[in-house]
Design a protein around this ligand. Structure first.
Ligand code: HEM
Ligand code: HEM
Length: 229
């Protein structure tokens, strides 16, 4: 059984994510999952077996804090080394429009395996735009509330009280998003090529033309060539 499509070096490929974006993404994946599992030890009752994996409740708390610091450092790394990439990302999100709404509405059918014709998409499709808005927002809320919980003595008591439910709610939403997103960015038939974009940096040219027609045309197509000339 093949879970992700084969990486085809014999076919023409185009760059999708630069090294900084990829290091940030996978750094966040590892630190997010570590925070999640160590956080669940504290969140759910009777998670002794999960705590044991991290050397007990004290160990889980320590790993949670270490992973949290690295998660924060990956955000700083992204901002320092690819600020332009973040601005371009936000600009793409601001293009959310009719084609994205149609994409999101038709997506459940595509997900269930029905043949669906999607309208052309920009760099991120409607669903990815949604993920780009919700998940980073939840992660930022986790970071802010997390540090308030970590150092309660330097923050007003009211803020510390709000931080706990904020951390929990953001954790639930972020986890739901990451579950869907992790599947769609890897094993889901048809979108698996995007995994190589995030892993090796490039995707097949024909896949890019089909899944992100507007982005392809603007970045590598005739329009891009005309602008360069
Ligand atoms: C910079 C990022 C983060 C910081 C500074 C942080 C900090 C903290 C702190 C100080 C606690 C309390 C620990 C204790 O009582 O020993 C905590 C609990 C928790 N954290 Fe985080 N955290 C961060 C990110 C995350 C992430 C990404 C997740 C999940 C995806 C998460 C999930 C949890 C959960 C579920 C709890 C237990 C909350 C409860 O008992 O109600 N945290 N975190
Ligand atoms: C669980 C394993 C994960 C896999 C297999 C995965 C896979 C991917 C892939 C393939 C892309 C590129 C999609 C494209 O071509 O546009 C991507 C983008 C992205 N990932 Fe992940 N990812 C994972 C975990 C995470 C986690 C833990 C976070 C955040 C906490 C995250 C946040 C994002 C964001 C914000 C984007 C850009 C928007 C999007 O394309 O949806 N990912 N991911």
């Amino acid at each position: 059984m093949q879970l992700v499509p084969e990486y085809r070096e014999d076919l023409e490929r185009v760059e999708r994510f630069n090294l900084v974006a990829r290091v940030t993404h996978w750094g966040h994946t590892v630190t997010f999952l570590l925070c999640l599992f160590t956080g669940l030890v504290l969140f759910v009752d009777g998670a002794d077996w999960l705590a044991a994996i991290f050397g007990g409740y004290g160990g889980a708390g320590l790993i949670h804090r270490i992973a949290a610091v690295f998660l924060t450092l990956f955000i700083a790394f992204f901002v320092i080394f690819d600020f332009k990439g973040i601005i371009d990302w936000v600009k793409d999100l601001l293009r959310f429009g009719k084609n994205d709404i149609i994409f999101v509405m038709k997506f459940p059918l595509e997900f269930l395996g029905f043949p669906v014709k999607m309208p052309p998409q920009t760099r991120f499709n409607g669903g990815e735009k949604g993920n780009s808005m919700v998940t980073p927002t939840m992660v930022i809320l986790l970071v802010i509330s997390g540090y308030i919980m970590w150092f309660p003595s330097i923050f007003p008591a009211g803020l510390v009280r709000v931080a706990y439910p904020t951390h929990d709610i953001a954790m639930v939403f972020a986890t739901l998003m990451v579950c869907m997103h992790g599947y769609l960015g890897s094993f889901h038939p048809g979108s698996g090529e995007s995994f190589w974009g995030m892993w090796k940096g490039t995707v097949r040219k024909d896949w890019a033309q089909h899944h992100h027609a507007i982005w392809y045309e603007e970045t590598y197509g005739n329009k891009a060539e005309e602008e360069e000339a």
